[in-house]
Design a binder for this molecule. Structure first.
Ligand code: NZQ
Ligand code: ZN
Length: 385
């Protein structure tokens, strides 16, 4: 096990009706900016619950944060924060709204050109405005981590930053807020959380039994409960399990002390940046191909995954590893997320452009042992057609 420090200051408030507890979490007298997306919260009653809970605060709002939030839109909110003297932000929505709010929180007090936050991946951040979140889409884990991904539309750069100052102060997770999610977003959430676990688990076999078994438990929960959440949108227990699993998938716990991969995410980000696919769609395309191309280096862990997660106990190691990749692909397809570039009308002609983006962003030695060169990414993309 590698040396590690584990720190996570985000308070989680989980369960039905918990939006009403907002006044316990936001300091009295705060000037609050409520941030949200394209309007789902106005249709499903979440907006009303939030506004009722915030009576007594001075509240402004900023809607229109798009999926894969853009720098261009978020900078409009930064202007409002500065003009109105906002001192607390409340993100209400999915990962895009929470990520966008992390950027707003950091950019509002950043000395220098805010885009630098992304190009330096957070290194220049000294502080950020405090913020909380009300999560409505289980997927990214953004509600309990210090990461954010922002796209600059003008240049098609989709970049991530990390900084402890952008951990949410609190996140409210009420599974009932997810009842109105369309099946596509539930499927996306399952695939995103699944892939987050795989990026931290599917590396090499080392002495990390606790992390491995936590990861395998979360994968099994997604495999068992995810389809129930899809089939029966009002199954509270399935929605609750999905929500908590997605949070635990990327709050630092299972990643502490283990080698991490993240090559699938980096390649996937370029597909979204150039072609606009949903984040999870890109992961469903890249992950099975990534595991296939890197079968040899990942073989011992793939065999463990095959046996413990999918119950595949017969065959050679190679057969087990291949069967586990096939099971992964079938699972993604079963929750409605297609796994080939061609399913999204992308042909092999798209590959050179994606490689160029990876090169431009210095994504040329990815993975737990930096083995994913551009040449390997090319083979992965070719295998994902
Ligand atoms: O915008 P509104 O109208 O709210 O609609 C949203 C949006 O269209 C809708 N939605 C959300 N909650 C709903 C709902 N519709 C009905 N009922 C509800 N309860 O869902 C759509 C997608 O929302 P979005 O926030 O974009 O999805 P997601 O949570 O999957 O976030 C994706 C973004 O997170 C980034 C991705 O790159 C992408 O930009 N990621 C962030 C990470 C992090 N911060 O740690 C890690 C991830 O790997 C990922 O990269
Ligand atoms: Zn992700």
């Amino acid at each position: 096990m590698q040396n590690f420090q584990f720190f996570n200051p985000t308070k989680i408030i989980f369960g039905k009706g918990q939006i009403a507890s907002l006044p316990n979490e936001i300091p009295k007298g705060s000037r609050v900016l409520v941030t949200f997306g394209g309007g789902s919260i106005k249709k499903n009653g979440v907006y009303t619950q939030v506004m009722n809970a915030l009576q007594g605060y001075e509240v402004s709002e900023f809607g229109g944060i798009e999926p894969n939030p853009t720098y261009e839109t978020l900078m409009l909110a930064v202007d409002i924060v500065k003009a109105e003297g906002i001192d607390f932000l409340l993100a209400v929505g999915g990962g895009s709204v929470i990520d966008g709010t992390k950027f707003i929180a950091a950019a509002a007090v950043y000395e220098g050109e805010p885009w630098e936050i992304l190009t330096r991946h957070g290194a220049g951040i000294r502080e950020a405005l405090p913020f909380g979140s009300v999560l409505t889409l289980p997927a990214t884990g953004s509600e309990m981590n210090m990461g954010s991904v922002v796209t600059r539309q003008a240049t098609k750069d989709k970049l991530a930053f990390l900084h402890p100052a952008v951990f949410p102060r609190f996140s409210i997770l009420d599974p009932e807020t997810t009842y109105t999610l369309p099946p596509r977003q539930i499927g996306n959430g399952i695939v995103d959380a699944f892939t987050h676990i795989m990026e931290q688990y599917m590396t090499v076999r080392t002495g990390t039994d606790v992390q491995d078994r936590l990861s395998e438990g979360l994968l099994l929960s997604l495999i068992h409960e995810g389809p129930k959440a899809l089939k029966d949108p009002q199954n509270y227990e399935a929605r609750a399990t999905l929500m908590w699993a997605a949070t635990l998938a990327l709050n630092g716990l299972i990643g502490a002390g283990v080698p991490q991969d993240w090559a699938t995410h980096m390649v996937g980000h370029e597909i979204t940046a150039l072609h606009g696919l949903d984040h999870a769609q890109t992961l469903a395309i890249v992950l099975p191909a990534m595991l296939t191309v890197r079968l040899k280096e990942k073989s011992p862990k793939l065999v463990q995954y095959a046996e413990r997660v999918w119950g595949i106990t017969s065959g050679t190691d190679e057969e087990k590893a291949l069967a586990s990749i096939q099971k992964t692909r079938e699972f993604f397809e079963s929750v409605g997320v297609k796994t080939h570039l061609s399913d999204y009308n992308l042909s092999p002609d798209s590959i050179p452009g994606l490689l160029k983006q990876l090169q431009r962003h210095q994504m040329i030695s990815l993975g737990e042992n930096q083995s994913v060169t551009l040449e390997v990414s090319q083979r992965v993309l070719e295998a994902s057609i």
